[in-house]
Design a protein around this ligand. Structure first.
Ligand code: ADE
Ligand code: ZN
Length: 356
């Protein structure tokens, strides 16, 4: 057996080999907190829905579309991601997209998922917000009933659009208040700081909705600070550029402010050159509540388990203790009840009992 001393991050822990660690990464229970459901739309499903709805695509085949997935930065990805979402028209389309994700999540032993969706991408094309939310919500209910996955929906505002457009979107979502757990902020980060959305986040928080925001993916550490101070978010999505500010890292660690990190996304969007350059080990060593997530798995080459494996394969300093910590963090950072969290953490400890 190939014993790897780096797996023994905790004094007294048993060493396990890297293949056993991979197997544990795959089979242990985990929560996914950063998944754009429109980013789970695989090329095959894009073509199927295009045909079903009579929508013309700019690419002649699944292979040609997949070949176009070579991104240089966030914007180059977003352009193709919004084009892909144009095939979504009916409640059944939104259901089918989310159900395909849940089946993959179940295979990866995801027991809880909080899904981002971008209503403005659809309402701006004339699709009613109720069509979007009802389709996604029905898939969430079926995920609980048939797969045992608990799921919630987080409505994201597109930050390249105006705050007035975000306020209109929040108002349009009010009849569906009970079908969403929170609001988020995504799309083109640079030039669109969190403070642009101060009023709409205050309104959402007054409605009792949770608040999260993408910050520090391509944008500077100051965007993470304004997401915390102005939007009063409970989690930072990505946040990896916090490492440029030691004071901010200390603040995030002291407050256990979760970061939903997306390693494969960071490589595909050129935030880091290679996975070996990823700063996740630094974040964990600093005591941050970092988690691993897939972001847009259909575009970035893999779902949550693929993210775990690719990250641990490239960073041998990450061992069994870090694996357990990342999954524990995912439950701690979730918006589930304390009782549900305690149950999943007990399952996690059981899965790791032999290895830690
Ligand atoms: N929308 C979908 N994926 C995104 C990402 N990685 N950053 C910002 N907005 C997004
Ligand atoms: Zn994202």
């Amino acid at each position: 057996m190939n014993i790897d001393a780096s797996a023994t991050a905790q004094p007294g822990a048993h060493p396990i080999d890297r293949e056993a660690l991979r197997s544990l990464l795959r089979s242990a229970p985990k929560a996914e907190l950063h998944i754009h459901i429109e980013g789970s739309l695989e090329p095959e499903l894009i073509f199927k829905l295009a045909q079903r709805n009579g929508v013309a695509l700019a690419y002649p085949s699944v292979e040609a579309l997949r070949a176009a997935y070579a991104f240089t930065d966030l914007q180059s990805f977003l352009d193709i991601y919004y084009a892909g979402a144009s095939v979504l028209l009916t409640e059944a389309d939104f259901f089918d997209m989310a159900w395909a994700y849940f089946e993959r999540a179940a295979a990866d032993h995801v027991v809880h998922a909080e899904l981002f969706f971008d209503p403005q991408t659809h309402t701006d094309r004339g699709v009613a917000i109720g069509v979007v939310i009802n389709g996604l919500h029905r898939a969430c209910q079926q995920a609980q009933a048939q797969l045992g996955i608990s799921a919630g929906l987080i409505l994201c505002f597109l930050r390249h659009l105006s705050e007035d457009a975000a306020i209109t979107t929040l108002q349009a979502a009010l009849p569906y208040r009970d079908q969403i757990i929170g609001v988020g902020l995504d799309s083109s980060e640079r030039g669109h700081p969190p403070e642009k959305f101060a009023r709409v986040f205050a309104q959402a928080r007054a409605l009792g909705l949770h608040a999260v925001a993408h910050a520090g993916e391509e944008g500077p550490p100051a965007y993470i600070e304004s997401a915390l101070d102005v939007l009063q978010v409970e989690r930072i999505d990505h946040g990896v550029r916090c490492v440029e500010s030691p004071a901010l890292v200390a603040r995030l660690a002291a407050s256990r402010m979760p970061l939903t990190v997306c390693p494969l996304s960071n490589i595909k969007l050129c935030v880091y050159k290679t996975m070996a350059d990823h700063q996740l080990p630094t974040l964990l060593a600093a005591g941050l509540c970092a988690t691993i997530n897939s972001d847009d798995p259909a575009y970035f080459g893999g779902y949550i388990n693929h993210n775990f494996i690719a990250t641990f394969d490239a960073l041998p300093q990450l061992g069994v203790q870090e694996a357990w910590q990342l999954m524990r963090n995912s439950f701690e950072a979730s918006f589930a009840s304390d009782q549900a969290k305690a149950g999943w953490m007990a399952q996690l400890d059981e899965a790791f009992a032999a290895a830690r």
